[in-house]
Design a protein around this ligand. Structure first.
Ligand SMILES: [Zn+2]
Length: 428
């Protein structure tokens, strides 16, 4: 059982309100308290929650009485207490530790930290029910804080300044905060205000990140209509593990190793994350049921944009030298469909990225770019701000492209039929 499965087995406490405080020093040491009020559901008496790796629970109190916390591995914790079903309870967790692993960046770019307050991965209760919450973050001197949260986005802050994020009337419980020293640039891309934050020694400037992301935003908005986000902050973290796009438009580009305006791989990463403002964040997919679909959409969007930017010939080479061989590796290892793919599926990354892009490109070769855009616009109109299922994507494409696309979905998205080998099948 993976930690995600373990966690979803414990949907015990429905949080009504959360108050979180975090204090971070210049060396990555973090101290915090999570106080939540909620009701017990489903008659469970054990509650699980996730913390950032490297952070340890120092004590747990339920209704003022101490209970023993239990570490379950992989940042997962739980406690058991005599909680009455349906009754209100107050739980306080104190924790301390050091942000490291993927969270702390060292080397020449010192002092970068990323804290994810995501659904199941934050130093508070990991169960995501929209609840009013307040998070207070105290940071050391002169760091730049980039947050994906609704009210405060980015600022140069003074010594030991307290920052407060309050969900108020529109509760969101997922957000990320990035703090560090770097260069930044601000720009305007139509209705979306974008900012870029980059390490000083990076082989690209914040302006080039801004230009690549702005171009992608314009192209996507022209194809499917504007996204619902007003702000996009692009944080290019040194030594981060991967790209990531968080709620309220914070994109993290860890693997940005070259200038995204001239390097196709760097451009694809930016275009991929920006497309998540539509697919994944705007139109939301449950990560347990729609991960393969949402990543297939995002990868297709970035491949298509790279194709129009760097040319058909370069696209054909990339398809035959990278995408198809990578998709074959995933097909051989995974044994599951794109639809059923999870984070812990063998070769999950290659399956979502390479097979996902190829499956969408096959679909595009059958019905054409205009029909793909029509289907995506329809999907966006119907599901923006809501959750969509893989079946909704399939239905929308069938409505636009006709019954002929059903086979494509059955074989390559919902089934495990191997992809055809020739690049001509993909329109290249
Ligand atoms: Zn993605």
């Amino acid at each position: 059982m993976g930690w995600m499965d373990a966690l979803s087995a414990y949907e015990g406490l429905r949080v009504a309100r959360g108050v979180y405080t975090l204090q971070l020093d210049g060396a990555g040491n973090v101290q915090g308290t999570a106080r939540v009020e909620g009701r017990v559901v489903a008659g469970r008496s054990a509650v699980a929650f996730a913390l950032s790796p490297g952070v340890t629970v120092t004590d747990v109190q339920v209704d003022g009485l101490g209970v023993a916390p239990q570490g379950m591995g992989e940042g997962l914790w739980s406690f058991a207490a005599p909680l009455s079903p349906g009754a209100p309870h107050r739980v306080q967790v104190n924790y301390a530790g050091r942000l490291e692993r993927a969270f702390m960046r060292d080397g020449t770019d010192r002092g970068w930290y990323e804290m994810q307050f995501m659904t199941r991965w934050r130093p508070v209760f990991g169960l995501d029910y929209p609840a009013a919450s307040r998070t207070t973050l105290t940071l050391p001197a002169t760091f730049t804080a980039a947050s994906s949260f609704a009210l405060v986005h980015e600022d140069r802050i003074g010594p030991a300044v307290r920052y407060v994020w309050d969900t108020g009337e529109t509760p969101h419980s997922d957000f990320s905060v990035v703090v560090g020293e770097g260069l930044r640039a601000d720009g305007q891309a139509g209705p979306v205000s974008i900012r870029a934050l980059c390490p000083q020694a990076a082989p690209y400037s914040p302006q080039s990140v801004l230009a690549a992301a702005g171009g992608a935003l314009h192209a996507y908005a022209a194809a499917w209509g504007p996204c619902t986000y007003l702000r996009l902050t692009l944080a290019c973290l040194p030594h981060s593990a991967c790209g990531n796009c968080a709620r309220e438009g914070l994109a993290l580009f860890g693997q940005l190793r070259a200038d995204p305006t001239t390097d196709p791989d760097a451009f694809r990463l930016v275009a991929h994350e920006v497309s998540h403002l539509w697919w994944g964040l705007g139109v939301h997919f449950d990560e347990g049921r729609g991960l393969g679909y949402v990543e297939a959409l995002a990868n297709y969007c970035s491949e298509r944009l790279a194709r129009s930017r760097f040319g058909l010939e370069a696209f054909g080479r990339h398809l035959s030298a990278v995408l198809l061989p990578q998709a074959k590796i995933a097909e051989a290892a995974a044994g599951v469909s794109l639809r059923d793919c999870h984070y812990d599926t063998p070769e999950s990354g290659r399956l979502r990225w390479a097979k996902g892009a190829c499956a969408m490109l096959l679909l595009e070769a059958r019905i054409g770019c205009a029909a793909v855009d029509e289907a995506l616009s329809k999907l966006k109109r119907e599901f923006m701000g809501r959750r969509a299922e893989p079946a909704d994507v399939r239905r929308t494409f069938v409505e636009v492209g006709g019954e002929g696309v059903i086979r494509c979905f059955e074989d390559y998205f919902d089934g495990t039929v191997p992809l055809p080998q020739g690049t001509e099948a993909y329109g290249a």
